[in-house]
Design a protein around this ligand. Structure first.
Ligand SMILES: Cc1cc2nc3c(=O)[nH]c(=O)nc-3n(C[C@H](O)[C@H](O)[C@H](O)COP(=O)(O)OP(=O)(O)OC[C@H]3O[C@@H](n4cnc5c(N)ncnc54)[C@H](O)[C@@H]3O)c2cc1C
Length: 442
């Protein structure tokens, strides 16, 4: 018996519960909802059913409104490269205030705030450290052939000092793994590359900050406003929340949930790829799919904190967090509203006790960094994102391509940040969803 068939039996689905849809979409996050919306735009009569395991749609773009604070599941500030995608979303958000903001992001390094990205602002370091970075950048190791890992790529592109002062400690806190285990292209376009010329050019007075996210936009109602924009295009009853797909029978072309069995022409899934492979029984190597977890603490305080900063990176290994962001400085609110992100290795236990201990550590570290000074915490919330950042390796890239191809040949398309086991933004998710809708409904 295949794993999928075993799932059918375990689900105890009766014949009477069998339904049919042209496309079953697994996952009601940005990718799944984007696909459903564009597919129906092209095929208005198609039966498209979105299954969402959680009680509400949105995936990692959900928003929490609590005690007057608006918090996302993590720091979600939006960087759209394609104005058409942002305009398409905004047209579906009538009355929603969206601000476009010039980024103010820093690296807290040895008590100084260095403009982000670190590598093009080394001239803001103390003089001797600046020279050390510059000399090491000039004499960086040439290496032999393409870099074999993310860690090696950092040394070869930016030299020892920049890597050891910021890039290595920061990324090791975030990824919670050895950087030499990651592929050189683990961050793709999100890694702010800079050569010696870029570093020198950035020293000119008034030089632009650069990077993929020099400006960002953010809706007053939080990231979930983009989710609502997508939901608005779907007819009532298209999204079944609280209904997890537990198995897919590839031969019978049926998705099985604890409630029913749904026959399909196609499946589009944004569930994590290894989970989808398990659901379908497609052979795969689970060992290559590793990722970190990110604990996000959303913290509301009784009064304003530092101004003129949107987010800050913390490479110091003695601090619990790798990044802190200020929601209140986007909409000029009068109480400090923070997201604080911590990386954790896969499988690390993050139950109530561990979370409570981590929150205490975070509060102590915020005080040490003088982000708080006598502030009173008046509201808090946390979420554990698992997976958060996938560990992209040569083996994961090859296995992802192979499994996605095998599934697509059976009418199951795996998309999204975790369906593609990749590093991407919501805009990338929308571009991919739109392209798949066009390919399946030409
Ligand atoms: C820490 C962090 C910060 C980020 N910051 C930004 C940012 O600032 N800007 C930006 O553009 N992007 C950011 N991103 C990326 C962004 O969150 C993702 O690209 C996007 O949310 C992914 O959407 P998705 O629909 O592909 O996946 P998800 O949001 O993971 O949605 C998948 C959905 O599938 C559901 N599901 C899973 N399995 C099943 C099943 N078996 N049955 C039914 N439902 C199932 C899940 O419950 C979930 O709702 C960030 C990501 C992280 C981790």
């Amino acid at each position: 018996m295949t794993e999928a068939a075993a799932g059918v039996e375990a689900a105890g689905v009766e014949a009477a519960d069998v339904e049919a849809a042209d496309v079953v979409v697994i996952g009601g996050g940005i990718s799944g909802l984007g696909f459903a919306s564009w597919y129906r735009e092209r095929r208005p009569d198609a039966r498209v059913l979105v299954l969402e395991a959680e009680a509400e749609p949105g995936g990692y773009c959900r928003t929490v409104v609590q005690d007057g604070f608006v918090w996302d599941y993590s720091g979600h500030f939006f960087h759209f490269k394609d104005p058409a995608i942002e305009a398409w979303l905004r047209a579906r958000m009538p009355g929603q205030e969206v601000r476009t903001i010039e980024r103010r992001a820093f690296i807290r390094y040895a008590g100084r705030d260095i403009d982000f990205p670190f590598q093009t602002h080394i001239h803001q370091l103390p003089h001797d450290e600046f020279l050390e970075c510059l000399v090491d950048l000039y004499f960086r190791p040439a290496g032999d052939g393409p870099p074999r890992s993310f860690g090696e790529m950092l040394y070869r592109r930016l030299g020892r000092a920049i890597t050891e002062k910021f890039l290595r400690p920061y990324n090791e806190k975030l990824y919670a793994t050895d950087l030499d285990a990651l592929d050189a292209e683990a961050m793709g376009r999100f890694f702010p590359h800079a050569d010696l010329g870029d570093v020198i050019a950035a020293m000119r007075p008034g030089a632009a900050a650069g990077g993929y996210n020099a400006t960002f936009s953010y809706p007053a109602g939080g990231a979930v406003q983009y989710v609502r924009a997508l939901l608005g295009d779907l007819p009532a009853g298209s999204v079944a929340c609280g209904e997890r797909a537990t198995a897919i029978d590839l031969d019978a072309r049926s998705v099985i949930t604890p409630r029913r069995r749904i026959r399909y022409e196609r499946v589009v899934s944004s569930a994590p790829l290894p989970a989808l492979a398990r659901m379908t029984g497609v052979p795969h190597d689970p060992a290559v799919f590793t990722s970190n977890q990110v604990v996000v603490f959303n913290l509301g305080f009784d009064r304003k904190g530092p101004r003129g900063v949107h987010w800050m990176y913390f490479p110091d290994r003695s601090r619990s967090f790798y990044r802190v962001g200020w929601y209140d400085n986007i909409f000029d609110a009068d109480r400090m509203s923070l997201y604080v992100e911590l990386g954790a290795p896969p499988g690390a236990s993050l139950g109530a006790e561990e979370i409570s201990a981590l929150r205490e550590r975070v509060l102590a570290d915020l005080a040490r960094e003088q982000i708080t000074s006598g502030h009173r915490l008046v509201s808090h919330h946390h979420v554990v994102l698992d997976p958060a950042y996938v560990h992209i390796t040569r083996a994961s890239l090859a296995e992802t391509a192979r499994v996605r191809e095998a599934l697509a040949a059976r009418g199951v398309h795996s998309i999204g940040r975790y369906g593609g086991w990749t590093y991407c933004s919501i805009e990338d998710n929308l571009v991919e969803a739109r392209a798949l809708a066009a390919a399946l409904a030409p």
